[in-house]
Ligand binder design. Sequence first.
Ligand SMILES: Nc1ncnc2c1ncn2[C@@H]1O[C@H](COP(=O)(O)OP(=O)(O)OP(=O)(O)O)[C@@H](O)[C@H]1O
Ligand SMILES: [Mg+2]
Length: 363
Amino acid sequence: MYIENLSLNNYRNYENFSTGFTPGINLIIGKNAVGKTNLLEAIYFLENGRSHRTRNHQELIKWHEEFLHVKASVKRADRDLVVDAMVEKSGGRRLKVNGVLQKGFSGRARPVQTVMFTPDHLKIVKEMPEYRRAYLDEILEKIKADYTYWRQHYGKVLRQRNLLLKKVGAGRMKPDMIDCWDVQLVEAGVKIIKYRNEAVATIAEHATEIYSQISDSAERFSLKYENQLVGEDGSVEGLQERFEEGLRAKRRAEIERGQSLLGPHRDDIGMFLGGIDMRIYGSQGEQRSVALALKITEHGIITEKIKEYPVLLLDDVMSELDIKRREALLKYIKNGTQVLITSTNVEYFKEQELYEYNVISVK
Ligand SMILES: Nc1ncnc2c1ncn2[C@@H]1O[C@H](COP(=O)(O)OP(=O)(O)OP(=O)(O)O)[C@@H](O)[C@H]1O
Ligand SMILES: [Mg+2]
């Protein structure tokens, strides 16, 4: 699929802006703070109903204005779409596809599909487990229709349960009140764990291969879903019973700590190169290769799911990748994917490339 046209009205620093894109590689060039990231963010917003940078939709409205509009024409394999989103200062959002108002706006419609890669994604490898869970969740939300529901539900149950554990700990509630929250925690938790377990296996298959292509390391890259309840061999048999048993065993500790100690909110993904833990011991270059392999993998998995190439949004990543990794990335994306690359500097690209690409300069 590709985005043919994008127009912004009162979106961040843009009052009125419109640009066309070509189906191949588009370079968005401009100095710092001209609005390059804002452009990609607007596209991400059309897909997900939220920004990748903030949870507060009102922040996206140009200062002192009452509403924003983002509109795009999208060519998909089997249809042409006009996508039109609006946010009001009151926080109200609405999305129209070909003039038809969509129910809700939580990204369920996904009239355009993207994979975004920014320097922040290096955190997937080197920072806390929550960044790895977010990577996993973002993929699962795009490939499993009910994943968003279960993830949000689990979050709510977890918050309520933690609140209750604290009250029980303070003697203000009876411990048997926790039982009914356990049932819900296990129900949602089991769904999430099974989905994640399966997803990590799929991601690992792709990423091992891609890593070997983009680096010249002879070591094998591998991933492992790290969950307290999933067996070493990745088996999820008897998961529900183990979860229930685990909660019973940990109840006293949970009340003491006022926290839920068991469940997918404590998940991690192990990332190893020849058995060495890249999260801890990876060099900068190795960690960058891992992040790149994971993002290329995400693109591949979404492609398999939707049977066409999602748009690749690369924000400022050229400065983060060295020549070899840049070339590996460009080689991978020369396969019919539309790519929007932002950069402050054209020097990252060869003259021939600049000639082939659609260059858009933002001022
Ligand atoms: N709601 C808003 N209203 C008006 N301007 C805004 C709003 N939100 C952000 N901006 C401004 O938009 C400008 C451009 O931001 P953006 O992040 O897109 O820059 P950029 O071109 O990606 O820069 P860099 O190369 O440094 O990453 C910033 O100067 C920021 O202050
Ligand atoms: Mg930027």
